[in-house]
Design a protein around this ligand. Structure first.
Ligand SMILES: [Zn+2]
Length: 97
């Protein structure tokens, strides 16, 4: 017996998988890529950085720790039905234009 939890529903549309029906796995990984560009703050007003940090803190104060981590690293393993697989591929093609 496998201790692994069997997922019976599509992770995207929630539809139940039929016994023996086709399922697809999507491994999604998004990693923040630092572009090496560091702004020269010496030419900015003294409180520029302070204000910038304040602004970032304000933007992120409503975010959970999980959401903040996802800004840098996001990993998802999805189990999807054939319809959602097609939808996902269409979506990828659309954003790749
Ligand atoms: Zn689906």
């Amino acid at each position: 017996m496998s201790s692994q939890k069997t997922r019976l529903r599509c992770d995207i549309c929630g539809r139940r998988f039929k016994k023996g029906g086709t399922r697809y796995r999507i491994h999604l990984e998004i990693v923040s890529d630092f572009n090496g560009y560091i702004q020269d703050f010496s030419k900015k007003p003294e409180d520029f950085l302070e204000k910038k940090i304040e602004k970032i803190l304000k933007q992120t104060e409503d975010m959970t720790e999980e959401e903040l981590q996802e800004e840098v690293y996001l990993k998802r393993n999805l189990l999807v039905c054939i319809n959602c697989r097609e939808k996902f591929i269409r979506f990828l093609k659309k954003i790749n234009k």
